[in-house]
Design a protein around this ligand. Structure first.
Ligand SMILES: *Cc1c(COP(=O)(O)O)cnc(C)c1O
Length: 432
């Protein structure tokens, strides 16, 4: 497609966009009584308008039924998570029994590592991406220590080659093969939070299994952003948060995936709690933990009804949008358009002012472009915020823009680009 950096062109793309109807179902933040151009869904997704209504229904339930709410009514809290699990399974390419909404992301990562990081003999190492989100680094490091090993000798980080910003699949594969039978676990992100790189999860999983390792993914930036086929890829386990691309609110409930091949494995360690006990016997309050079959068996505490309700409201929108395939098509087009506009800005100001460090091909990234601003990066970011463009800032010089297909438009991308050019020209002129 031949793109044009004009408002009319952006509007013509919006007119042809079936998903455009979802935009008005969200609440956009404002500043000086004007809506932001919100390009920060990679960090915190917007609030769907239906959320308040569904949450208030559950508050009424609590008021009207109190403890009976667990068992009474169409949406009895005892089984409420099952409706969420079914939609969540569709979203990540899993069977409903393979997923469960519970806790929060880093907590779930710990719980799953208790089950799936089982170092033994010389098979003790973990491979991860260098520059993973800090919470993952801390979780993995502390799990390694908990098992009595030294993180420096146990954790292998795959890094980009000198002068490159992103990882090559061939390098990840080679590192896994090189570690061979010393490798206990491959634990990767699905999409890297900093660069926006989408990893080849199918290839990573296959290679990990070929050397006898377990393979898990942190999908914080991937779930709700890119299509996933966790079951078919034969991934062992995964976890994600719901508040980034899944619009389920700050600190929203997390999700876990456990492949069904592990359901009957009684060798797996677990940090157990009563809600993971097999459902029909849970209230017998008997001694000796017997897990519910499926991902539900990894639950620890009772269902967090309110965060779950928020997540449910958002997942219903994903269902109405047709889940990830249509969203992904629009998402790719949005980032390609943004990429085009950034290149036009560089031409306009006759400088290589902006360098996109996200992979250049849309198949290799999610809904985010990470852009190094060579001159005056922080000043440019602040000036954009003052003009109601909200991306997000990463030290020392990276601006991340995430046009989210569920609620962003091509017009958003055009307008953000026009304002980026304007503030950059002003700030760089002021320098001379
Ligand atoms: C956002 C994010 C987290 C945050 O974890 P919480 O436990 O939800 O605070 C962890 N890991 C990755 C990769 C993330 O992107």
């Amino acid at each position: 497609m031949q793109f044009e950096n004009t408002l009319d062109f952006a509007k013509s793309l919006d007119k042809a966009d079936d998903l455009g109807r979802f935009r008005e179902q969200f609440i956009f933040p404002t500043q000086n009584e004007k809506e932001f151009i919100y390009l920060c869904g990679n960090s915190l997704g917007l609030q769907p308008k239906r959320t308040k209504k569904m949450l208030s229904e559950q508050l009424n339930n609590w008021g009207d039924k109190a403890v009976e709410g667990w068992f009474e009514g169409e949406e009895a809290w005892m089984y409420y998570h099952k409706g969420v699990n079914a939609l969540m399974g569709e979203l990540v390419g899993a069977k409903a029994a393979e997923v469960c909404a519970m806790n929060t992301l880093t907590v779930n990562l710990h719980l799953l590592m208790v089950s799936f990081y089982a170092p033994k003999g010389k098979r003790i190492k973990i491979i991860m991406e260098k520059g993973a989100f800090p919470s993952d680094q801390y979780a993995i490091e502390s799990q390694v220590r908990f098992n009595g090993y030294n993180p420096a000798e146990t954790i292998i980080e795959v890094a980009p080659r000198a002068g490159e910003h992103t990882l090559r699949t061939e390098d990840i594969v080679a590192e896994i093969l090189a570690q061979g039978d010393e490798l206990a676990l491959v634990l990767f992100g699905g999409v890297n939070y900093f660069t926006g790189q989408l990893f080849n999860m199918a290839a990573i999983t296959k290679t990990g299994h070929s050397v006898g390792a377990t393979v898990g993914f942190d999908l914080a930036h991937a779930a709700g952003n890119v299509p996933l086929s966790l079951h078919d890829w034969n991934v062992d386990f995964a976890c994600w948060c719901s508040y980034k691309y899944q619009n389920a609110g700050p600190g929203g409930i997390g999700g876990v995936f456990v492949h069904e091949k592990h359901f009957l494995n009684t060798e797996l360690n677990r940090f157990a709690g009563w809600w993971g006990y097999h459902e029909n016997g849970r209230f017998l309050m008997e001694k000796g933990f017997k897990p519910e079959k499926g991902a539900d068996g990894w639950q620890v505490s009772c269902t967090q009804v309110f965060p779950l309700t928020i997540y449910f409201s958002s997942l219903q929108q994903f269902e109405e949008a047709g889940f990830m395939q249509p969203l992904r098509e629009k998402s790719k087009k949005l980032t390609v358009y943004l990429q085009f506009i950034i290149s036009q800005i560089n031409k306009e100001i006759n400088l290589e002012q902006f360098e996109i460090i996200t992979p250049p091909h849309e198949e290799d990234r999610g809904a985010q472009l990470s852009i190094i601003a060579k001159n005056k990066p922080k000043e440019i970011f602040n000036a954009l915020v003052a003009k109601n463009v909200l991306g997000d800032w990463r030290e020392p010089n990276v601006i991340r823009f995430s046009p989210v297909p569920m609620y962003n438009s091509f017009e958003d991308v055009f307008r953000a680009g026009a304002l980026l050019l304007e503030v950059t020209q002003q700030l760089l002129k002021a320098e001379h």
